[in-house]
Design a protein around this ligand. Structure first.
Ligand SMILES: CC(C)(COP(=O)(O)OP(=O)(O)OC[C@H]1O[C@@H](n2cnc3c(N)ncnc32)[C@H](O)[C@@H]1OP(=O)(O)O)[C@@H](O)C(=O)NCCC(=O)NCCS
Length: 176
């Protein structure tokens, strides 16, 4: 058996019993995700233990825009003064209760950041945005370097430049 992060296949992936403790995230993967995927509202990636097809964890990505005034001054001052700027939304990230504490949250977050960076080479995006549902989720994202928006502390961003540095750093570490 091997852990794989792959696009949701609504015909084969089992998600009816997915439970992460947040009802909105459970309902989303059970009932809404395949529609969003079909309508190209967001991409949905799931973690499975191949050849098993139970969804152990998932995340979603989509295009987004941010208002420059919402960003921290030090970051904003390096940016052109367009009213809105392009970004990538990590809309949801959830791990099934039975799988928590196995670093799957971290694994999926890093995978989402890597995919966002790759996509930003083709279609520009200045940061990955995440929305925390509670204080615990907030501290999870802050742990990985996300910064809170000025007026909306449950909304966070990680500049693409920081993601690039993170990926280059870990690639170097892997070679040493
Ligand atoms: C937040 C969540 C994705 C973390 O997944 P996980 O697989 O349990 O976490 P990991 O095993 O990868 O842990 C990675 C690190 O984050 C920390 N962490 C895990 N869950 C955390 C939480 N809820 N709050 C704060 N820190 C958390 C771990 O202690 C670990 O830190 P360490 O390196 O200092 O030990 C998971 O708890 C979850 O699905 N929560 C409910 C849904 C949610 O709130 N999603 C985020 C907002 S959309």
């Amino acid at each position: 058996m091997v852990f794989k992060i792959i696009p949701l296949d609504s015909r084969s992936h089992i998600r009816s019993s997915f439970c992460c403790g947040k009802e909105s995230l459970d309902t989303y993967i059970r009932k809404q995700a395949s529609q969003d995927l079909k309508k190209r509202v967001s991409t949905v990636f799931v973690l499975i233990d191949d050849p098993e097809v139970n969804v152990l964890a998932y995340y979603t990505l989509s295009s987004y825009t941010v208002n420059i005034a919402a960003l921290e001054e030090n970051f904003a001052k390096q940016l052109p003064r367009y009213p809105v700027l392009p970004a990538t939304l990590l809309g949801r990230l959830a791990v099934d209760n039975a799988q928590k504490g196995k670093r799957f949250g971290e694994l999926l977050l890093i995978d989402a950041l890597k995919k966002s960076l790759d996509a930003a080479m083709q279609v520009a995006s200045l940061a990955v945005i995440a929305e925390a549902l509670d204080e615990r989720a907030l501290s999870f994202y802050i742990k990985y370097g996300f910064k809170q928006f000025n007026q909306e502390p449950m909304k966070l961003y990680l500049p693409m430049k920081s993601i690039e540095e993170l990926m280059v750093g870990s690639a170097k570490e892997a070679m040493d």
